[in-house]
Ligand binder design. Structure first.
Ligand SMILES: NC(=O)c1ccc[n+]([C@@H]2O[C@H](COP(=O)([O-])OP(=O)(O)OC[C@H]3O[C@@H](n4cnc5c(N)ncnc54)[C@H](O)[C@@H]3O)[C@@H](O)[C@H]2O)c1
Length: 326
């Protein structure tokens, strides 16, 4: 590939998920990591050094100085908004890690700007690239799902901002959003949600995220859904979605699908390539080679609005109508 055109990518936020994307992107012969920016200087330096990239103490300096085709925004939920708007203002393609923001308003503003700019966008809903999801869709065929049961049963992630409601937005917005995205894909849009939240993680102050959430979802197509999430465990216990339609039961997780059609349970392991595919699809779209971005910003906005509706229902105790369309 010497001399071949490379996709020049800048990364904002140099934490855990940025390191993962950088490792994947660094393995693509047609990509150059052309800048890393983080408000935490040493973190930015470490990631930049690992990939031979220039380092910046903020995204504005990177956008001014580095010649880029696209930017990955890998910051915590509270930091979304201004970065995306500056990236779009520069006319660059945009990859955003989920969740889109702490709230709905920020994401709606960014979606509007992305629509006006017409650039390639993608969001890190890599579950959409799981082979087991494709297999689940194939097995369902045109049978409408009548019941969906989603869970995210986990520990508190080891990042300082996560337990603050004004840092992460809470577990549904921050983590269970993957399950809600899958539910939208397999079942359809949700019309209304009710939810209840219980307590806080141990040793956390008031203003912390909820320790457990139970939600009831009414899908527009008539299906019922239940979502359960907790961060009270010391380990990741289970995260996934079960769907039921006439004569078929499917249990999906990031690693496997268990399917039962009454002739015995069949288990399919996922090959584990989704986290590479989500980056490959974005780069190919930016380079104009293919069009397989499965969660552009506008699509992820619908999932984010659903997660925000569940979070709002859980804190208010009142049913929340999910707005139709962006
Ligand atoms: N799709 C997935 O599978 C997946 C996996 C892990 C994390 N994530 C998501 O990625 C996001 C980041 O998670 P993480 O674990 O990498 O967090 P992290 O705390 O390890 O890293 C975030 C980085 O962003 C930096 N930052 C904060 N504000 C900034 C700003 N204004 N400008 C530049 N840098 C800024 C921080 O200094 C930190 O280095 C979270 O929203 C998380 O949900 C997604």
């Amino acid at each position: 590939m010497a001399g071949a055109v490379k996709c020049r990518i800048g990364i904002v936020g140099a934490g855990n998920v940025a390191a993962r994307h950088a490792q994947v992107l660094g393995g693509f012969a047609d990509v150059r990591i052309a800048g890393v920016a983080d408000t935490d200087g040493p973190r930015a330096e470490r990631l930049a050094a690992a990939h031979g990239a220039p380092v910046y103490d903020g995204h504005k300096a990177m956008l001014e100085d580095a010649a880029l085709d696209a930017v990955y925004v890998c910051v915590p939920p509270f930091a979304h908004g201004p970065i995306e708007l500056d990236v779009l203002d520069a006319g660059l393609a945009l990859f955003v890690e989920k969740p889109l923001a702490l709230d709905e308003e920020t994401a709606l503003t960014v979606a509007g700007a992305a629509r006006r700019r017409g650039v390639v966008t993608a969001v890190g809903h890599h579950w959409r690239y799981l082979d087991v999801v494709a297999e689940a869709r194939r097995l369902l065929g045109d049978r409408p799902v009548r019941l969906a049961l989603g869970v995210w049963l986990d520990k508190v992630p080891p990042v300082p901002w996560w337990t603050r409601r004004d840092g992460s937005g809470g577990q549904v917005i921050e983590q269970a959003v993957h399950v809600l995205d899958l539910a939208r894909l397999l079942v359809g849009e949700v019309a209304e949600v009710c939810a209840h939240e219980s307590g806080h993680p141990p040793d956390r102050e008031e203003g912390a995220v909820g320790a457990a959430t139970g939600a009831l979802l009414r899908f527009r197509g008539g299906a019922g859904g239940i979502l359960g999430a907790t961060c009270l465990l010391g380990w990741k216990h289970r995260a996934g979605l079960e769907v039921y339609a006439e004569g078929i039961a499917l249990e999906l997780s990031e690693n496997r699908l268990v399917a039962d059609t009454g002739e015995g349970r069949r288990e399919v392991a996922d090959p584990g390539d989704a986290k590479r595919r989500v980056d490959r699809a974005f780069v190919d779209a930016v380079m104009g080679r293919a069009d397989d971005v499965r969660a552009p910003y506008e699509e992820a906005l619908r999932t984010h609005r659903l997660a925000c509706a569940v979070a709002r229902a859980a804190t208010s105790g009142a049913p929340v109508t999910v707005e139709e369309g962006p």
